[in-house]
Each structure stands twice: as structure tokens, then as C-alpha cells.
Design a binder for this molecule. Sequence first.
Ligand SMILES: [Zn+2]
Length: 220
Amino acid sequence: MKKTIILFFGPPGSGKGTQSDALGQKLNLPVISPGELLRHEEEKRTKLGLLVSKNLANGKLVSDSIIDKILSARLVRPDARRGFILDGYPRNKSQLEWLKKKIKRISKIEDKIIAIHINVSDREVKSRIGGRRVCDCGAAYHLKHNPPIHIGLCDLCGKKLKQREDDKPKIVKERLSHFRKSIKSIVGYFKKNYTFINVDGEQSIKAIELEITKKINELK
Ligand SMILES: [Zn+2]
């Protein structure tokens, strides 16, 4: 059976999660996000999940070896036999090394391996993330694209809106610089060895989706 393996890359706020899901539905491939897998393990309170919770509670990052273990188990599930879409992985050199070996082990020469890079400028990322506001009730807003009716207050429950810690300018700047630093070698590797697609991420969600589909269809 021919496999299709697709990887999505893009800065925070580039909408790669949304695009992964859309493409997954279109191609009937599971979307695998290590972040979600970790949350799932935590919810189920598995051995690994408890270890993850403990690490996070102590302010530590989840180690690559835990992520790789969880990812390994996910990739052998039956729904990934035709391939899969990876969202949010690899994020650093050690994850890239792991994935290189993994891909070599699980793929054959006739398989399709495609890396998609959603290109968004730092300026646009800052405006997208900087405008996000959330409410304790779960509602989410954007000052520019989806503003609440009354400034600073939730439409649904009237509570005061907040900005997530992660979305504050200083943290966004750190997240961005971390992303730019690690993405170079990762993208370089996929460009050199596999099919690479660059997409303009500063268009509407629908337009990005169309551009991705068009470029994938042109590969055949
Ligand atoms: Zn609310």
C-alpha cells in the first residue's frame, strides 16, 4: 500500500492546525499532533500521562523521548497504514533526527512524503496572536477579526476578557525566535530530501486551503 506522509510547518498563529485538519479530511488521513497525544495520555492518566503531568507541574518541558514514545505508538495504529499528517512535529534538531530514522524505517521509495511550510511574517504573527482574548467560560475573541460587542467583555457571560500568558508580546517574541531558529535546519532537510511546498499563509483560511490542494494535485 502506498503511503502519504505530510508534515506541516509554520510559526505560531499560522493556522497550520486548521489546515492539517482540512487536508486530513480531504485525503482521509489521520492528523497526528504530539501536543494532543500528550493531553490525551494525561487525561487517561496512563503511566506516561502521569509522568507528563509531573514534568509540567514542575515547570519542566516534556522530554523528547516521552514524545517519541507516544508518537511511535500512534504511528503503528491501523488508521495510519495509508499514511498520516503530522502537525507540530518535529520542533527541534533531536526530534528531526528521530523522525528521519522513523521515516526511513516505515516508508518505501514509492511513498509520498510532503512537507508544507505555511509562510507568515513575524509582523503578521504578532498581530494575530497579540489580538487574541479569551474568557474563563471558554469563549475566544480577536480584537481585529472577531471583536466582542462591548470592549473587553465577553459576549456570552459578560466577564472581563483576558490575554493568555502565552499570547503576551514578550512570550510571543520568544516563541517566534525559537521557531525561526529551529525551523531553518528542519525545512532545509525536507527541502533537500523530499517534496517541499511553500504556501502564502497571509491569505484567508479558504485561500490557503485551495493553494495547498492545488499544489498537492500538481505533484501527481
Ligand atoms: Zn465568557
